[in-house]
Design a protein around this ligand. Sequence first.
Ligand code: NAP
Length: 319
Amino acid sequence: MEKVVILGTGPAGLTAAIYLARANMNPVIIEGDQPGGQLTLTTEVENFPGFTDGIMGPELMDNMRKQAERFGAVFKRGWVTEADFSKKPFRMKADGIGEIEAESVILSTGASAKLLNIPGEKDNIGKGVSTCATCDGFFFRGKKVLIIGGGDSAMEEANFLTKFADNVTIVHRRDELRASKIMQDRARENQKISWKLNRTPVEVLSESDKVTGLKVLNNETGEEEVLETDGIFVAIGHRPNTGFLGSQIDLDESGYITVKPGTTETNIKGVFACGDVQDKRYRQAITAAGTGCMAALDAERYLEGDAILDWSETLNQGQ
Ligand code: NAP
């Protein structure tokens, strides 16, 4: 049985791993299918303190992982499909690993890109539809692409894509953007970016396994239009990765884990949550890392003190 198992390897999970490994708690980290988390899908990170000239997202995550390994953290590649936190030890099942038993668990599974759920979208992922400009931008050198969304992600990805594509059009369902002013300004100043506001995506069009256009509804005229394009980047936000938890962990109405304010404690003693999976407000690498540190300290305290109480309570009840 493991003392503490950490699910997820974004800044939250890796920071928790660094702290717990340094505290000789022998953390085991389950990597999931996106090792390094969302930052491995970004380019330059300019706002993570300590890097005067910025650092590339994948490099930052690689550094954090090596730092955790240096203190003895053990990484395992797998995808947790089931978790049973109803009694101790906690039990999880992971594809690629099998059964895992743990005295405590840190949930840092992050969030995943949302899709539009319109016809033609899923079928064309990898054939012109993408949720990751950093991963796929390279393939659109000299081409025409659309970015869907009006938030910071859409602005950031649009700017990034202008390094490759000849023309990038931002398609947004309202005439007002959700993005912060600085990000909007950067996109507006970029000559390669054009705008299609007040357009709701309706269908992804393709021919011979290649995206050719996006059908949109013009919300001003009520008419449908076809925007011709070689690629469509969907940047409409993220969904917390909490599906495997069922109803045993308290979630809010959007599926984010609720924690006791000021702590990383979930409704189950010994199960902690940190990073984007419990944060729909700040969602920054540095806040994720901060809560990862909190989760490690909470778990350590639980394992050293409260755990003894808990286990004896369980024994007294004859369970
Ligand atoms: P977001 O702020 O939630 O924006 C999502 C955008 O997608 C919104 O404009 C939304 O439209 C649109 N949208 C959502 N569902 C849609 C649908 N079904 N069809 C069409 N459009 C849809 O998400 P985000 O841009 O990913 O940003 C998330 C958080 O990360 C924010 O706090 C952001 O500040 C932060 N972030 C920061 C940076 C940075 O500072 N470098 C970069 C990226 C993200 P409506 O506006 O109409 O709702």
